[in-house]
Ligand binder design. Structure first.
Ligand SMILES: Nc1ncnc2c1ncn2[C@@H]1O[C@H](COP(=O)(O)OP(=O)(O)OP(=O)(O)O)[C@@H](O)[C@H]1O
Length: 267
């Protein structure tokens, strides 16, 4: 069957599971992310977000289930899927002894698979400029701050123009200006037909940026849809996403904890 990006999902997870010894980190997760969508993956600490993202990025093998990217099976067409996917980790590993520009050239050559150096894509300079990294491009990465590293890796993935971006906690370590720019860049990319799958703990980002979200708890997705639809389903139209998230992921215990911390008795 021929892949049709307007009809078929860019990212499809089918009963995806990951076992670490006796722990089921990801449990039969089904997800469908369409072209031009910004999809948010939310969940408490240890819920299985990073594990899922690493499987999609080809860094971890699933125990069962499948990942399909632009109609290609990650299991059987691994190399192609990795070329179609840009992965932005929450804690980037970068080669300290390369300069920013050298790192970008290295990533570019990896994705083009020519092994030969070539001029950087035009857009690389624009992203470096937007992120105030132009004056730093010839400095060694070892001299970059955490936020600068995050912006360099963002640049490296945005410049590639791949159909799918998978991002673990995009705003962690970014200052407000950079975070705002990233939001705008993601929106523009989605408008132009790109697809972004991101994990976040920020309810504001999810509410403001994501077309649809999925909430994962203990490895299983417990709710998926637009924020508005999920609120409607639970009669929480007047509330913010944080309220909905806490209800779905254990607000009762939280209220007890807060009451205990305040020295009150929970009702
Ligand atoms: N390499 C590993 N070996 C064993 N257990 C692991 C490994 N990686 C993750 N886990 C476990 O899998 C579960 C899911 O972890 P994961 O990092 O996917 O959660 P997360 O939703 O990204 O959490 P957080 O919001 O805290 O980053 C956790 O219980 C974690 O301890």
């Amino acid at each position: 069957m021929v892949f049709d990006p307007t009809e078929d999902p860019i990212l499809l997870l089918n009963r995806l599971s990951k076992q670490f010894d006796r722990l089921t980190a990801v449990n039969q997760v089904d997800l469908r992310v369409n072209r031009g969508e910004i999809f948010g993956f939310l969940g408490p600490n240890g819920a299985g977000k990073t594990t899922t993202i690493k499987i999609i990025a080809g860094l971890l093998l699933p125990s069962s289930g499948s990942v399909t990217i632009c109609g290609h099976s990650l299991a059987t067409e691994n190399r192609l899927c990795r070329q179609l996917t840009g992965y932005i980790p929450d804690r980037p590993y970068l080669y300290e002894k390369l300069t920013g520009s050298e790192y970008l050239s290295f990533i570019d050559s990896l994705y083009r698979q020519t092994g030969r150096a070539a001029p950087l894509p035009e857009t690389a300079r624009d992203y470096l400029d937007l992120f105030d990294l132009l004056p730093w491009q010839d400095n060694l990465i070892e001299s970059y701050s955490h936020g600068m590293r995050q912006k360099l890796i963002m640049t490296s993935m945005l410049m590639l123009d791949v159909p799918l971006l998978v991002v673990d906690e995009p705003m962690v370590g970014l200052d407000p200006k950079s975070a705002r720019i990233v939001k705008e860049l993601f929106r523009r990319r989605a408008r132009n037909g790109g697809t972004i799958f991101l994990s976040t703990h920020s309810m504001e980002i999810a509410e403001e940026l994501c077309d649809r979200i999925s909430i994962i708890v203990n490895g299983s997705t417990i709710a998926s849809g637009t924020v508005a639809a999920l609120k409607r389903e639970r009669a929480l139209e007047g509330s913010n996403l944080e309220e909905l998230f806490l209800q779905l992921t254990g607000a009762v215990e939280l209220q007890q904890v807060i009451a205990a911390l305040r020295g009150e008795t929970a009702s």
